[in-house]
Design a binder for this molecule. Structure first.
Ligand code: OAD
Length: 242
């Protein structure tokens, strides 16, 4: 579809939307300077997920995994939300039923001012005890240890994110599916659409007859199935959609 005509249509759909579901991926934070996972400069080009982002990796080498997450936390703490994040805050203000579903763990949607956020893959600023499950939420930029901290119960704490091979938090997933099933418009922003179950949400919206709009630098497996696929930077396109 032609970029401009598509943009105009998409903004009309957003203007009349009663219920909007938004799915974001690493691409929305790229313009804030946070590396994505796939693509030329993606994290998975230089790091192996099975050594850093699985429960087995943490059991084998907790310090290595912890240090990698500390490095990512430092990058994120130095970053600021961009106009893409801010456009979603404005949409939440305008549209009566709004749900932001994110695969991102960086907390930039919170810092931008979004309120209703379903975090499918957890939050890098939360530490969770591997024994009792209790959670501690840190402030971005808070100085942390070079080793996984200990919980009062004696267990070690791990990053509160979802690793490969782990299920998504069940209640969060249920709410995400519900929001998508009830949406009349869905926006899919900055995700390569290859990691399931999150990647199943856009096809679900299509099957329910919602208008689905994708914003991505590149074509993805979704592009041919959505009503409107806009190629460009989220930080430039989303403010135009408003
Ligand atoms: P990916 O790194 O797989 O994909 C990022 C997408 O963003 C790509 O399709 C890019 O084309 C697009 N992109 C890059 N810059 C953009 C920009 N400025 N504007 C719009 N789009 C842009 O990231 P995700 O799809 O989020 O999971 O990855 C999904 C999951 O895989 C992550 O949550 C993470 C990862 O492994 C876990 O760690 C469990």
């Amino acid at each position: 579809m032609l970029h401009n005509g598509c943009l105009e249509k998409a903004s009309q759909w957003l203007r009349s939307a009663k219920s909007l579901a938004v799915l974001t991926g690493a691409g929305i934070s790229a313009e804030s300077g946070i590396p994505t996972f796939r693509g030329a400069a993606g994290l998975w080009r230089n790091f192996r997920p099975e050594e850093l982002a699985t429960p087995e990796a943490f059991a084998r080498n907790p310090i290595l995994v912890w240090e990698w997450y500390e490095w990512r936390r430092e990058l994120i703490a130095a970053a600021e939300p961009n106009p893409g994040h801010l456009a979603l805050v404005e949409l939440e203000r305008r549209i009566p039923r709004f749900t932001l579903i994110t695969q991102n763990v960086d907390g930039l949607h919170d810092r931008a001012g979004s309120r209703k956020i379903l975090k499918l893959h957890g939050d890098i600023w939360t530490d969770r005890c591997t024994v009792c499950g209790s959670e501690v939420v840190r402030q971005p930029g808070e100085k942390a240890s070079t080793q996984p901290p200990r919980c009062e119960c004696g267990g070690i704490r791990r990053p509160g994110v979802v690793w490969f091979g782990e299920p998504l938090p069940a209640d969060v997933w249920r709410k995400a599916e519900e929001a998508v099933q009830n949406a009349d418009v869905m926006l899919v922003i900055g995700t390569s659409a290859v990691v399931y179950p999150a990647a199943g949400l856009a096809p679900l919206a299509v099957s329910r007859g919602a208008k689905v709009v994708e914003v991505n630098l590149e074509k993805t497996p979704f592009s041919s199935m959505v009503d409107c696929s806009i190629q460009g930077k989220a930080g430039e396109i989303l403010p135009k959609l408003l």
